[in-house]
Design a protein around this ligand. Structure first.
Ligand code: PLP
Length: 373
């Protein structure tokens, strides 16, 4: 690829639910020479990061840091906390619920799923009905199903999991930092996060938070290979070291981000996502667009197009003519729905710019529709 083509990437505005925009000051840290990591200073940095992560998850448990994308952390959690002798119930409301299904299948972990129509939420009563009788020892869900924009009712579901003694594992990758998340108070045993969502960092790091119940499971689980064995991470992290060379540059950026988030206040950070989401959603009626899910998150808006506007085409025109990336929708929603993230270093002016581009794109798509009728 020519350099000029590469530098083109710099000109895009992104509204994708990962990666998300990274602030300038954090980006600059990525250009530092990575320091040697087997040192006392790096151990101190790591220990401070671990404290910051516990605050972010709202847990008194432990957090393992992996140099991997979110799926790596999901797989590590499943291998460490599920067993071939048990059975997991998976709430599958889209691509990310399906990721749990694929992980269990690939690792020989027995499961059943509750499949949801796209954009709908799960009725906690349906979960309870399946858990009664004790044939499941684990419940797997995503806090926010990022493919449809649905935010699940985690406190209600956590209470049910606890009542029926199922270990509750939550992929909170697009939840933590954007919507309220109380790991301990909501009875969540394992929670997963990655760097490229509301943390507003480049992709490459992911995190598995575990409470005592999950740590006990981990202890009794057979070894899950080398790289994704969470026990090895927790053991080394106790002295501030990582078992294998981590994404050192991302550690520096993460340390700074956690400090920034703590200084600004975690509640304010969540309120900020809510504000931006409202600001965007308030402009949708004028554009003949609608919020798609029944129970939307602060992290992202899945947007339903008016009749005759092809969402896939709209996504393509935003990219090619306006240098804006929004996310297309996977699967059967592809032509009707697209997704706009509110995570990362984003401001009202950015949303205004997006809405202007949406207006012009929608206007340009209308005549095509009328001619083809
Ligand atoms: C982004 C995301 C993931 C992460 O996937 P990776 O590409 O492996 O980082 C997982 N679950 C949810 C809900 C997500 O939004």
């Amino acid at each position: 690829m020519r350099m000029s083509m590469l530098s083109n990437f710099q000109n895009y505005k992104i509204f994708t639910p990962g990666p998300t925009p990274v602030a300038e000051d954090i980006l600059r840290m990525g250009s530092w020479q990575p320091p040697y990591n087997r040192t006392q200073s790096f151990s101190e940095l790591t220990l401070e990061i671990l404290e910051g992560l516990k605050v972010l998850f709202n847990t008194r448990g432990e957090v393992a840091i992996l140099t991997a994308s979110g799926t790596g952390a999901m797989e590590a959690a499943a291998k460490g906390c599920l067993s071939p002798e048990g059975r997991a119930l998976i709430v599958n409301g889209g691509v990310w619920g399906q990721r749990w299904v694929d992980i269990c299948r690939a690792n020989g972990l027995p499961f059943e799923e509750i499949q949801l129509a796209p954009g709908t939420t799960v009725d906690p009563g349906d979960i309870e009905a399946r858990l009664i009788g004790g044939s499941f020892d684990a419940l797997l869900i995503n806090g926010h199903e990022t493919s449809t924009g649905v935010l699940y009712d985690l406190p209600a579901i956590g209470e049910i999991a606890r009542r029926h003694n199922a270990i509750f594992i939550v992929d909170a990758i697009s939840t933590v930092g954007a919507d309220e998340f109380q790991m301990d108070d909501w009875g969540i045993d394992v929670a997963i996060l990655s760097s490229q969502k509301a943390l507003a960092l480049p992709p490459g790091l992911s995190f598995v938070a575990l409470n005592q119940r999950a740590l006990d499971r981990l202890d009794s689980a057979p070894s899950s290979g080398i790289y994704f064995d969470l026990k090895t991470y927790l053991k080394n992290q106790a002295r501030g070291q990582m078992p294998y060379t981590p994404a050192i540059s991302l550690f520096l950026m993460l340390h700074e981000r956690l400090n920034q988030m703590r200084r600004a206040g975690l509640d304010q950070g969540i309120e900020r996502h809510a504000q931006l989401a409202r600001y965007f959603r308030d402009q949708l009626p004028d554009l003949s667009l609608q919020v798609f899910p029944l129970r939307p998150s602060n992290a992202m808006t899945a947007v339903r197009c008016a009749n005759g506007i092809n969402a896939r085409e709209l996504v393509r025109i935003l990219e090619t003519q306006h240098s804006i990336y929004v996310a297309p929708n996977p699967g059967e929603l592809e032509t009707r729905v697209f997704r706009v993230s509110h995570m990362g270093d984003q401001h009202e002016e950015d949303v205004d710019g997006l809405c202007i581009a949406l207006r012009s794109t929608i206007d340009s798509l209308r005549p095509v529709r009328e001619m083809s009728q």
